[in-house]
Design a binder for this molecule. Structure first.
Ligand code: NAD
Length: 377
């Protein structure tokens, strides 16, 4: 048994079809009397539904959430919370809504109740991010961890199919990297494997019937577990690549994760054989093919985004992206420093072209003398 440290995060999880109807009780249990509901402009009606369910316990809604939390939106939402004397925040929607609530909570200390409607997992993490002048700053702070999370699969029935598949793969990516995290432990490993398996079961079922509430429940259950892993352990090369591509080249979040994941697994495969075994087992492909191939097939058979080219990456930016990844790497089981520049550039080219992940030769040498700096989600 390896040595480990495990800390339990203090958040309450309420899971079940129709559980949105419990929102007033949960808000009351938090001691919140004047909740401000936060959402994206596309989910205004859903935000209003929460305002209506809360009645006198809500002071209204602010629906200006956007991807990567622009500082302007964070300031506006914070000003609205202060103008209305809000004493709590309800984030309903995907990672953009939760991210906005976190940015406000970081400054005000207000408690958050999150109601996720995608599989991004931000609701289970103390990780925040705010984008200013084209630069996304991230960090961890216990104040931004939602105190309560309501998972209601009914709210995900209308999540468009393409978003659902890519978002499910975004969830899987947290658990996959969690399985080879430096600070992983037996409990996060169990959660990661179960989370990947649930999402991998759900993705084809949702593709077959997007309004299948059982499949949607499975997916949200997997998203919860994968998000919890993200909240507890450090992320590696895959997340560094996605943050670079999203933060500096403005590529969309979930689609970028869906494209990159098989390639990042291929890069780390020889350095993390136990993790790869668990990933392949969770995908139901143990002994049949590599983890990266199984991930690639899950994505492609279900219509996930395949290439960076199709989501707006420019071929001329691949060199700069490779430089950014190796100049300031996250810890990875296979080190990512200047010595890996050529391999990272080749990985990005494959992802750009939509090529299958590389299958490294079994005898590939692996240098484990990793040094790295950060590993935020
Ligand atoms: P998102 O929140 O931007 O949602 C994508 C779009 O789908 C939005 O237009 C939204 O209105 C719409 N939508 C969401 N749920 C819907 C539903 N059920 N039905 C119909 N439409 C729906 O996307 P996301 O992928 O959930 O989140 C991405 C953001 O979250 C990024 O900024 C990313 O950095 C952040 N994130 C943060 C963490 C963390 O731990 N801090 C973790 C994961 C993601």
């Amino acid at each position: 048994m390896r040595e480990f440290v495990h800390g339990t995060q203090a958040s309450r999880v309420v899971f079940g079809v129709g559980s949105l109807r419990r929102v007033a009780r949960e808000v009351d249990a938090l001691g919140v009397k004047r909740a401000l509901v936060l959402a994206t402009p596309g989910q205004t009606r859903l935000a209003q539904r929460v305002v209506d369910l809360l009645g006198a316990s809500s002071v209204g809604q602010y629906c200006g959430a956007a991807m990567h939390v622009p500082i302007q939106a964070a300031r506006e939402a914070g000003a609205e919370a202060s103008r209305l004397a809000a004493d709590g925040l309800i984030a309903i929607g995907g990672g953009s809504s939760t991210g906005l609530a976190k940015a406000v909570a970081l400054v005000t200390g207000l408690p958050i109740l999150a109601i996720p409607t995608t599989y991004a997992g931000s609701e289970m993490t103390p990780i925040f991010g705010v984008t200013e002048a084209g630069l996304k700053k991230t960090g961890r702070d216990a104040r931004v961890l939602p105190r309560c999370v309501i998972y209601d699969p009914e709210l995900t029935l209308g999540l468009p199919l393409a978003v659902s598949i890519n978002s499910g793969l975004n969830g899987i990516a947290h658990a996959a990297e969690g399985l080879y995290a430096q600070n992983g432990n037996p409990l996060t490993d169990l959660m990661a494997e179960e989370g990947i398996a649930a999402l991998a079961r759900a993705i084809p079922a949702i593709r077959a019937r997007p309004d299948d509430v059982d499949a949607r429940s499975d997916a949200l259950y997997g998203a919860w577990l994968c998000g919890a892993v993200l909240g507890q352990v450090g992320m590696a090369l895959h997340h560094k690549l996605c943050h670079t591509l999203g933060g500096s080249f403005n590529l969309p979040h979930a689609q970028t994760h869906a494209v990159i994941l098989p390639h990042a697994l291929a890069f780390n495969a020889a350095a993390a054989p136990q993790a790869m075994l668990r990933i392949a087992r969770a995908l139901g492909r143990l002994g049949q093919c590599s983890a990266q191939q199984a991930m690639f097939e899950l994505a492609q058979e279900n219509g996930a985004t395949r290439s960076l080219r199709e989501i707006g990456m420019k071929a001329g930016d691949l060199d700069q992206a490779a430089d950014m990844v190796v100049d300031n790497p996250y810890w990875s089981p296979r080190p990512v420093g200047p010595q890996a520049r050529a391999e990272i550039r080749a990985l990005l080219q494959r992802a750009f072209d939509g090529a299958p992940p590389e299958e490294p030769a079994a005898s590939d040498p692996v240098d484990r003398s990793s040094k790295s700096t950060e590993n935020q989600a």
